[in-house]
Design a protein around this ligand. Structure first.
Ligand code: NAD
Ligand code: GLY
Length: 362
């Protein structure tokens, strides 16, 4: 088992990475002992892993809630089911919420933990690759609004993240690829050696080689923990973690949540960001092709879907949380392995990039 730490002073917490952690009572530490615990999961994950987690916990009161599965259910309406369950069973302020699932469950259960009685403890047990490398770490919690992704939420750090690599065995291939999008992101924004390692080991990752996956998860979490420790509330460099997300969120909201997976949308979005970086003279065509090659090899889309159109894409990008003073700020590549955030670009270039990438017709 490996342990990493997210260093945030009194809100610091460990990330445990290993095989068999779900059923290992010791991995939960004192957090879930003699406490009231609500496990929040969904109807797909519950039959696979819920009983293992339930048996590992020695809670004074243990309840479980299996929500409907899917990004389209990441809403205030579904989050209210968590509040209803907590209230129905008189959960007190010293209770613990355990989020057992992918990023949708983690974000929603985390949001409920942030808001219930103004904040209760929660543990992240991420079960998708995407959640293991990104969403379970860093304390961003949210639900979607029909007009914008993750628009209603809070910063609320988990007390512990338990990453059991065994659960990836049941993950569908498409979800594995979606997780690789966020893994590749760390290489592109700040870790060129990791990017080169990914290029060399992508096939092993797609074959679910345990050592390769564990290395990719640990390197991703190390990168994320460093960024979050330096900028917890995204006043600076944390925004780099949003490479491709402004374009990607427009794809997700524009198509209807769940049509494209989050990782698919941000993969295409990162390719658009690379093309915009080239259009601004920052990176070469060979760099863009390198980025596209890696996403394509990971089984991810490198172009946005046809049908959205540039005007709708621009409108949706206007809801991005990085918008400042009415200006859409973008994460771009200064070079492969180094990203930066800027609102200082020629709008005509963005309009051209949107026209070239978001076509209305095939
Ligand atoms: P998801 O939570 O919808 O999970 C994907 C699918 O896999 C679901 O159907 C789920 O039931 C299933 N599943 C999960 N674990 C499984 C397993 N072990 N075996 C079989 N099936 C399993 O999607 P996701 O990609 O994990 O997360 C995407 C969400 O994460 C988006 O809403 C995105 O906005 C959010 N996100 C948040 C952050 C953050 O910092 N908070 C970062 C990145 C993404
Ligand atoms: N996934 C973006 C962030 O955590 O900041």
């Amino acid at each position: 088992m490996q342990t990493l730490n997210v260093e945030l002073g009194e809100r610091s917490y460990p990330i445990l990475i290993g095989s068999g952690l779900l059923g290992d009572a010791g991995a939960y530490g004192e957090l879930a002992e003699n406490r009231q615990v609500l496990i929040v999961t969904n109807t797909t994950i519950a039959p696979l892993y819920l009983s293992t987690v339930e048996q590992a916990l020695s809670a004074t009161k243990l309840r479980s809630l299996a929500l409907a599965d899917g990004e389209s259910h990441k809403t205030l309406h579904t989050a209210a089911e968590i509040f209803d369950a907590l209230m129905a069973d008189s959960f007190a302020r010293d209770c613990v919420i355990v989020a057992l699932g992918g990023g949708v469950i983690g974000d929603m259960a985390g949001f409920a933990a942030a808001a219930y009685q103004r904040g209760v403890d929660f543990i992240q047990i991420p079960t998708t690759l995407l959640a293991q490398v990104d969403s379970s770490v860093g304390g961003k919690t949210a639900v979607n609004h029909p007009r914008g992704k993750n628009m209603i939420g809070a910063f609320h750090q988990p007390r512990r993240v338990l990453i059991d690599t065994d659960v990836l065995a049941t993950l569908p291939d498409r979800e594995l690829s979606a997780g690789l999008a966020e893994v590749i992101k760390y290489g592109l924004i700040r870790d060129l050696p990791f990017l080169a390692w990914l290029e060399d080991n992508l096939e092993r990752l797609l074959q679910r080689d345990r050592d390769a996956l564990t290395h990719a998860i640990a390197e991703s979490c190390r990168n994320k923990a460093e960024v979050v420790a330096a900028d917890e509330r995204e006043s600076g460099q944390r925004a780099l973690l949003n490479l491709g997300h402004t374009f990607g969120h427009a794809i997700e909201a524009g198509l209807g949540y769940g049509e494209w997976l989050h990782g698919e949308a941000v993969a295409a979005g990162m390719c658009v960001a690379a093309r915009m970086s080239q259009a601004l003279g920052l990176v070469s065509q060979a760099d863009v092709q390198r980025v596209e090659r890696l996403f394509a090899a990971a089984g991810l889309p490198i172009h946005p879907p046809v049908g959205l159109g540039p005007d709708r894409a621009l409108e949706l990008m206007g809801h991005d949380k990085k918008v400042l003073g009415g200006r859409i700020r973008l994460v771009l590549l200064r070079q492969v392995g180094e990203a930066f955030v800027t609102g200082d670009y020629d709008s005509a270039v963005l309009e051209r990039i949107l026209a070239d990438n978001f076509s209305l017709q095939a």
